[in-house]
Design a protein around this ligand. Structure first.
Ligand SMILES: [Zn+2]
Length: 379
């Protein structure tokens, strides 16, 4: 027998044996996708040193569906913000000065000609930041949570560090919505995320000094009826105010414009309108009114949210009032969905009494469809 023929025969025989084994296995119990994935994952995390590189690849490839708790400004990398600072010719304070109202790491959007001489000296360009490696690294750490916990440094409390970042990059975060959304979309697709529901920008304020005073004067002991009467008066005013309607229409239009061209057959983008929970009651209510009205008028806005440090003094003081506002606006704008930050607290951040009711009030009073965090607990 020629060698070539022998090799072919062995191949055929092995093929036949493998085929028969496979058929037998199929008749018994074919491995499920879940089983195979589970086995592969267990293998990656087994042993003393998990295979982190392969775990990362594995996690990237997992289909994730949607990211439904997404803050646009918190999702852009600090390096990208620095690029935008350069493009806009803004500068960044490299030290603080109380008299000049300069705060280290803050972006200055005023042109140099409008700044005091002292401020010009301590406010440096994006290029100058990049040339100073120590300050560049420091800046990235303060504009994000980068390296927060892997080395010793003088640091603010973790939650303070986190919320501070928004104020640092805030001035430039709305500089290029479409570029930012495109980069988020590209990254999402690379990570097998098909849907993002992001909080992009706040709805407009609708100011009316007389009505604002009525809401701001509501006392914590005001009855539900008293509160509802005041909220009704304000909402009635906003319903009939042409300027308010124009502002809300502009807001919706601005979201539609930046979203155009971002979503496609393989990727969906939607928005949540939101307000900050640490503002005066009148500002919170007018923002919420605009958010509900906007959500009612556009399919792109799929929900309303409330954001900011929940342990802030105003947020804690007005929490129940905010939930009543949601309940009230729910009735004015039926069908608008709520996705609320609620219970973003742990024991020690606030007195124990403050941990008892936030999640329940969000679900039972505000009638939230979803909540984010929900980790506060006190027996
Ligand atoms: Zn959040």
């Amino acid at each position: 027998m020629k060698i070539k023929t022998l090799v072919m025969l062995i191949c055929l025989l092995s093929f036949g044996v493998a085929d028969a084994r496979e058929m037998k296995a199929k008749k018994t119990a074919p491995p499920s996708n879940y089983g195979t994935t589970n086995q592969y994952y267990s293998q990656l995390i087994s042993g003393g040193t998990p295979d982190v590189a392969e775990l990362n690849l594995f996690a990237n490839m997992l289909p994730k569906g949607g990211d439904i708790h997404h803050h646009y400004s918190g999702a852009i990398y600090a390096e990208t913000y620095l690029d935008w600072v350069g493009e806009k010719n803004y500068c960044i304070y490299r030290e603080s000065d109380g008299q000049l109202k300069a705060q280290k790491y803050r972006i200055e959007i005023k042109p140099a000609a409008e700044l005091a001489e002292g401020a010009v000296k301590i406010c440096i360009s994006a290029d100058a930041v990049r040339r100073d490696n120590a300050f560049y690294r420091e800046l990235l750490m303060r504009w994000s949570d980068k390296d927060f916990s892997n080395h010793y440094h003088e640091q603010p409390a973790p939650d303070q560090q986190f919320f501070d970042t928004f104020a640092f990059f805030g001035p430039v975060s709305n500089a290029a919505f479409q570029d930012g959304l495109q980069s988020l979309k590209d990254r999402a697709k690379a990570e097998n995320v098909q849907y993002i529901e992001t909080m992009l920008k706040k709805p407009p304020d609708i100011a009316n000094p007389h009505l604002a005073k009525l809401i701001n004067d509501l006392k914590t002991e005001a009855t539900e009826d008293d509160t509802e009467a005041v909220l009704s008066e304000c909402a009635d005013f906003m319903d009939g105010d042409a300027a308010a309607k124009a502002k809300i229409d502009d807001y919706v239009k601005s979201l539609e414009e930046v979203a155009a061209g971002i979503y496609d057959a393989a990727f969906k983008l939607r928005f949540q309108a939101y307000v900050s929970r640490n503002n005066a009651p009148a500002k919170v209510f007018s923002g919420l009114y605009a958010a509900f009205a906007a959500a009612k008028s556009s399919n792109l806005i799929v929900g309303v949210n409330i954001v900011g440090p929940e342990n802030g003094h105003v947020a804690m003081r007005d929490y129940s009032l905010h939930m009543q506002m949601f309940r009230f606006l729910n009735q004015r704008f039926p069908g608008v969905k709520l996705s609320l930050h609620a219970g973003e607290l742990v024991l020690g951040m606030v007195p124990p009494e403050g941990l008892k009711s936030h999640v329940r009030e969000a679900v039972e009073i505000a009638m939230a469809d979803r909540i984010g965090h929900g980790v506060d607990y006190c027996a």
